[in-house]
Design a protein around this ligand. Structure first.
Ligand code: ADP
Ligand code: TYD
Length: 210
């Protein structure tokens, strides 16, 4: 069986984490082995880098270099081996988050991010490791802020103003426009049940679940 790579994206509080476990269960029910992971993170080294990125002040280039360094380790140690074993890899964020947060939110140069993407995800002869499907939980920043206010203590990104998340959302929209086949855009401003129905439908629509 061939490996399957799905990523989950959206601004903080959009509802990604709520649905990843349910999707993992749906794949397991089909007899698939599922690797659940997240970025930045997913390996001991990348989790250390995550701690720095989420808690320390730094300029946008430093942030971009650290998330790509974490990604390199994660791709090499976890994602590629799991895909080679034919597993389903469900990843809470991947490179679209860098284009959205460091590119959109922080205004870092998108072309440079594209070069780093080639370096880190290049698989030879111009090919690039990308998720087969990226589920984008699209939620107005005002709604996300309300959800997070009652949910958890904000980290460095979560405490950014709404205007930052407007730019992050624009960053995601740009990535979708550049590669529409890969994306499923979900209206996350619905009940949890309705969002799950749309997530399941998106995965089935791609022929990835019966
Ligand atoms: N459809 C929804 N309606 C209302 N609240 C939701 C919905 N989905 C998730 N939440 C709540 O919003 C908060 C953020 O959700 P979470 O899944 O942690 O988002 P993310 O992983 O995208 O940051 C949590 O408290 C969660 O219970
Ligand atoms: C993967 C990635 C995440 N981030 C940010 C987005 C999030 O605010 C944060 C961690 O993401 P996330 O795991 O969604 O946080 P949480 O577990 O609190 O829901 O890192 C970047 O800025 N660049 C990146 O490349």
């Amino acid at each position: 069986m061939s490996g399957l790579f799905i990523s989950f994206e959206g601004i903080d509080g959009a509802g990604k984490s709520t649905h990843i476990d349910a999707l993992a269960q749906a794949f397991r029910a089909q007899g698939r082995v599922v690797t659940l992971s997240r970025e930045p993170g997913g390996t001991p080294l990348a989790e250390k880098l995550r701690g720095l990125v989420l808690n320390e002040a730094m300029d946008a280039m430093t942030e971009a270099l650290l998330v790509f360094a974490a990604r390199r380790d994660h791709v090499q140690q976890v994602i590629l081996p799991a895909l080679a074993r034919g597993e389903v890899v469900l990843c809470d964020r991947f490179t679209d988050a860098t284009f959205a947060y460091q590119g959109g939110g922080r205004g870092f140069d998108l072309q440079t991010l594209g070069v780093l993407e080639q370096w880190v995800q290049g698989t030879g002869e111009g090919a690039l490791l990308q998720p087969q499907l990226t589920i984008w939980f699209d939620l107005p920043p005002s709604v996300a802020a309300q959800r997070l206010a009652s949910a958890r203590v904000p980290d460095k990104f979560e405490s950014q103003p709404q205007a930052f998340f407007e730019k992050v959302a624009q960053g995601y929209a740009q990535r979708l426009a550049a590669d529409p086949q890969r994306f499923a855009r979900i209206n996350a401003d619905q009940t949890t049940d309705a969002v799950w129905r749309d997530v399941a439908q998106a995965v089935k629509g791609k022929g990835l679940l019966p």
